[in-house]
Design a protein around this ligand. Structure first.
Ligand code: GAL
Length: 338
């Protein structure tokens, strides 16, 4: 009798444990990791690992967002440069889809070459995902963009070529897709300022310059909001944060207004550097999110992000002090929590 009770006991414990395991597995699959953005904190993906998508770019394909960025996680082979890909339906909970670039240096670049700020565009006509990135040598003297393509968002991207867009130096790049779907590259041209240029129909080239903004800025990002274009950029201070600024123009060709601060100067953009502006168009509202990187040059894997909904409109733009906030991806409403 004693042994029957014992077996019954083991059986019941077994059921409880397996239910608990299943519930845990389900929760990691179905339940959001978080219900709020926590700017500046570590940002776990669906596996619980801090998201490695620095200097990134985001595209929306149907209802999914894909975030590509510099993969700077620990344990990578230093011979290669990696670009990560994550996907999400709500811009908050991200699933790691893999490293879509694992590249040796393209011809004639030394082993300490860099591949930074990857931005992917999806070309509906060719059905190709086209990745632009800043490709350079260790001294940042090459100043080119590299193009790599793939047939799927999270497959292995194949390197195609590298070049200077329209013959100009190009370091930090940004991506901008206008409301009509036209794709543009923003690139920093050190001797002159930064340029905004339209991509060719197949996105495999940088075809037409829209404007040269004669301001020495990088981390360039653009959004089209209520009939006005807003561009944001940072000063050229390497990994160190600085006061980022914005300018507006009625069209991409300009004229671009003088640059103004986006946050109190003494905060140095709360320790971050601009990388992209995302417009979430919901059923009730459009919210523009500032995406910035908090770089940690000595512990790159721990570099963080500041994403915050911007106060924007009528030619004004302001980055509120980072705090936890929520986004309703359907209505587009953002709520900053106190
Ligand atoms: C920053 C730039 C980064 C990276 C870094 C290297 O100015 O925005 O993408 O190139 O310099 O020092």
């Amino acid at each position: 009798m004693k042994s029957v009770n014992y077996l019954l006991f083991i059986w019941i414990i077994g059921i409880i444990l397996s239910d608990a395991c299943e519930a845990k597995a389900q929760s990691s699959i179905n339940q959001p990791v978080s219900d709020r953005f926590k700017p500046g904190e570590t940002w776990p993906d669906s596996n619980g690992n801090h998201i490695q998508a620095h200097g990134g770019g985001i595209i929306k394909i149907k209802k999914s967002y894909f975030w590509y960025g510099e993969q700077r996680g620990n344990g990578l082979d230093p011979k290669y440069r990696y670009v990560s890909c994550y996907s999400s339906k709500d811009l908050l909970n991200w699933k790691f889809r893999g490293n879509v670039v694992k590249m040796l240096p393209p011809d004639s670049l030394s082993s300490n070459w860099v591949l930074e700020r990857p931005k992917v565009f999806y070309n509906a006509a060719t059905k190709k995902y086209v990745m632009y990135s800043h490709v350079d040598d260790r001294n940042y003297k090459v100043a080119q963009v590299g193009i790599a393509t793939c047939d799927t968002p999270d497959g292995t991207f194949k390197f195609v070529r590298r070049f200077r867009p329209l013959g100009h130096e190009s370091r930090d790049i940004g991506q901008f897709i206008d409301d009509d779907g036209t794709a543009y590259l923003v690139f920093e041209d050190r001797p002159f300022g930064f340029r905004i240029a339209r991509l060719s129909d197949d996105y495999m080239d940088v075809e037409k310059e829209m404007t040269l903004v004669k301001a020495h800025m990088e981390g360039g990002a653009i959004v089209h909001y209520n009939g006005l274009y807003y561009s944001i950029g940072s000063a050229l201070t390497g990994w160190n944060a600085n006061p980022n600024k914005y300018s507006t123009a009625p069209s991409l060709e300009g004229p671009w207004s003088d640059f103004k601060d986006i946050a109190p100067v003494k905060t140095n953009t709360y320790g971050s550097q601009s990388t992209m502006l995302i417009k979430v168009v919901g059923s009730k509202k459009s919210t523009v999110i500032f995406m910035g990187d908090i770089w940690k040059p000595k512990t790159q894997y721990d570099s963080r992000y500041i994403w915050m909904p911007l106060e924007i409109g009528d030619g004004k733009l302001w980055l509120p002090e980072p705090r936890p906030w929520k986004l309703n991806i359907k209505t587009g409403e953002a709520t900053i929590l106190f």
